[in-house]
Design a protein around this ligand. Structure first.
Ligand SMILES: C[S@@+](CC[C@H](N)C(=O)[O-])C[C@H]1O[C@@H](n2cnc3c(N)ncnc32)[C@H](O)[C@@H]1O
Length: 175
């Protein structure tokens, strides 16, 4: 299942609906860990890898790691190939991919991060917090049916891995 939300409260409610006690969760954009704490409480027997590139994250996430041994924080830019490669090496499966780079953040970048990460990690469920993507999904229509049951786009198969990951290196660091 792929869920798109904008409201942070709904984002956290959806996390509560979809995360199971032994889930492996990859959280992109954890900031100071407010949703990470919710995730950690929902998945005490699982594994959580939370990432952010903000200098504000480290101290708060270190404090959270003391409380939750299944949590690992990684400082990094999720647009970079190396970051995804590092995470992919640490986990054998991914149950939940959560993407919150900021609700109003560039929908194009958010979609690309979702696409590359989800088609590599093949999560059971994905949740994306982004206003532009929510607007796009609700404002568009089609007469064709194409649907993915899991947290990645099955119509694209393995398109996200691995040689195309190189294109992430070309992204502007200002985006
Ligand atoms: C709205 S905050 C996340 C809030 C958090 N999910 C929560 O529920 O409290 C968005 C975060 O995404 C991070 N972010 C944005 N672009 C990023 C990138 N390319 N790589 C890593 N982190 C990024 C920002 O540093 C920021 O901390």
């Amino acid at each position: 299942m792929i869920k798109i939300v904008y409201d942070i409260k709904i984002y956290r409610e959806v996390l509560k609906d979809i995360i199971k006690t032994d889930d492996v969760v990859v959280e992109l954009g954890c900031h100071v860990g407010k949703s990470t704490e919710i995730i950690a409480n929902l998945s005490p027997q699982g594994k959580i890898i939370s990432l952010d590139k903000s200098p504000e994250s480290l101290g708060a996430m270190e404090a959270l790691m003391e409380k939750h041994s299944q949590l690992e924080f990684m400082e990094g830019d999720v647009r970079l190939h190396e970051t995804l490669e590092d995470v992919a090496k640490k986990i054998e499966r991914c149950d939940i991919l959560s993407v919150d780079l900021g609700g109003g953040y560039h929908p194009d970048t958010t979609f690309k991060v979702f696409f590359i990460w989800s088609s590599t990690l093949k999560p059971r469920d994905t949740i994306i917090r982004n206003r532009g993507l929510l607007d796009f999904v609700q404002s568009s229509s089609t007469q064709e049916i194409m649907e993915s049951k899991r947290g990645w786009l099955e119509s694209s198969g393995d398109d996200g891995i691995p040689k195309r990951l190189k294109e992430l290196k070309m992204w502007s660091t200002r985006l």
